[in-house]
Design a binder for this molecule. Structure first.
Ligand SMILES: NC(=O)c1ccc[n+]([C@@H]2O[C@H](COP(=O)([O-])OP(=O)(O)OC[C@H]3O[C@@H](n4cnc5c(N)ncnc54)[C@H](O)[C@@H]3O)[C@@H](O)[C@H]2O)c1
Length: 449
């Protein structure tokens, strides 16, 4: 726990705006380990704010893409920065030896059985430890359950470097909160949480973040609290989405439009936060991180019923979406077997190219299992497409499932679809104008609408 100034509203937290560390940043080298959705924007920001920056990644294809500045889902500003960047990108861990600050942003996925797969984090920790300079600060930004920093990462760093934490090097955890594709919040403007074992480590990490961010930096008592913050944020979101997904399945039976209900409930100025149902939860965070907490709590003797149940409900939504299609086809006198279906959208959220854990793939699997002939189309992920254009895709099918609310798909109207003789639409993201469809010849079904 920080022993510096506390805020009055939350006495256990300290918030800090721009710090005193600015004058030294030009002399400091920051190494970013893992140059993906999290690491790359941070590397670009550090360079923009005057640090020398090194980028280390094990993926040669990623490094090639970085060198040719062709990386998806960066903001316009970041794309421009990448073209001009003087960052040294490398897959040789020896580049890390000059770093004063090392920030680890590698993936933290789960295995098939939903237990944490810490292999990338362990491997990155070894690379960092082998090159660690005395006096350096190591920060873990990857999402991890409470205990990982102290029980997994620090022991690897100490063993491989021969250095002792808090004596020879500093260590902190600052869970990343970036939301790729978000036009309102960037890595620079999202407030951050820092946890460390000791004041010197915490102060160094806070100084670093306050010198690169335009947002608040909040400290918590220790590493476990910082790790838990991210677990709570993402489990909160998963549970709320599961709640509205369950309501959607109930309200579909009751004939009530859940979207109308949520919008009306949202007029309450306190105590309600709108979440919306859909055909499933994707991405590297929400459908993954809760399992880290579930697993850690289980190992420590607690079974999380509520969080597990949310995961089950959300995992079941692709199946529910396919059932919606089956029922709609029955109304049109057809079955899934032999049906030609366009699956529109493979990315896990709108207008990005990230398809990790996307429910679209589960929907595709289930449709194929049921004997449907599917045609995939996503304007952001061209390598996965069965046809080059939306028009060609629509020409080849009789029904449509929308799995991602890309802006392009929102332009679809009954008139357009009727031109292609499409008569069944399952709107897995509730992104089309339902009123237009209910007065058309097309059978339209959303999720909870
Ligand atoms: N994507 C998001 O929106 C988001 C948001 C907040 C937090 N996070 C968390 O941040 C972490 C990184 O996520 P991401 O989305 O950037 O992942 P990513 O897959 O986009 O990028 C990770 C990068 O790390 C590299 N890598 C893997 N093992 C490595 C190693 N041993 N050494 C060096 N590089 C290695 C990969 O090649 C890849 O380029 C995860 O823990 C994730 O949960 C992600």
């Amino acid at each position: 726990m920080s022993n510096t100034t506390t805020t009055s509203a939350r006495p256990k937290l300290r918030t800090t705006r721009h710090s005193t560390a600015k004058q030294s940043r030009k002399e400091q080298t920051v190494a970013i380990v893992g140059l993906g959705y999290v690491g790359l924007p941070l590397a670009l920001l550090c360079e923009e704010r005057g640090f020398g920056v090194i980028g280390f990644d094990v993926d040669q294809a990623k490094l090639n893409a970085l060198k040719s500045a062709s990386v998806p889902d960066l903001s316009l500003h970041e794309q421009t920065r990448l073209k001009k960047a003087k960052i040294k990108f490398s897959n040789n861990q020896r580049v890390l030896k000059d770093a004063d600050i090392v920030i680890v942003c590698v993936p933290t996925p789960v295995f098939e059985d939903h237990t944490p797969d810490l292999r990338p984090l362990k491997s990155a920790s070894r690379s960092v430890g082998l090159q660690l300079k005395k006096g350096a600060l190591v920060i873990i930004e990857s999402t991890v359950n409470p205990g990982v920093c102290e029980e997994v990462v620090i022991p690897i760093l100490e063993r491989t470097s021969g250095l002792k934490v808090e004596e020879d090097f500093y260590f902190a955890h600052c869970p990343e909160r970036i939301n790729p594709g978000d036009v309102n919040f960037s890595v620079a403007t999202i407030p951050r949480v820092v946890g460390a074992r000791t004041k010197p480590s915490r102060d160094r990490a806070v100084n670093f973040y306050t010198s690169v961010l335009d947002a608040e930096v909040v400290t918590v008592s220790d590493l476990k609290e910082a790790e838990s913050v991210k677990m709570v944020e993402n489990a909160f979101r998963d549970i709320n989405i599961a709640f509205v997904n369950e309501l959607a399945m109930s309200f579909d039976k009751l004939g009530i439009d859940l979207g109308h209900v949520i919008d009306a409930a949202s007029t309450k100025p306190f105590g309600f936060m709108a979440h919306y149902p859909g055909c499933g939860v994707g991405g590297h965070c929400i459908p993954v991180d809760p399992y880290y907490l579930i697993d850690y709590a289980k190992k420590n003797g607690f079974s999380h019923k509520f969080i597990k149940s949310a995961r089950e409900i959300n995992n079941n939504m692709p199946d529910y979406t396919v059932r919606r299609l089956r029922q709609a086809l029955e109304l049109a006198g057809r079955s899934l077997s032999g049906e030609r279906v366009a699956l529109l959208g493979l990315a896990y959220k709108k207008d990005v190219a990230d398809s990790r854990e996307s429910p679209a793939f589960v929907i595709a699997e289930k449709l194929i299992e049921a004997g449907a002939h599917i045609v995939r189309y996503d304007p952001f992920i061209s390598k996965e497409n069965d046809y080059l254009t939306l028009q060609d895709t629509l020409s080849a099918v009789d029904s449509v499932v929308i799995a991602t609310d890309h802006s392009l798909f929102k332009t679809l109207t009954p008139e357009i679809l009727e031109q292609y003789e499409i008569d069944v639409v399952i709107d897995g993201r509730n992104c089309l104008d339902k009123d237009q469809f209910t007065t058309s010849s097309i059978v339209y079904r959303g999720i909870g609408r």
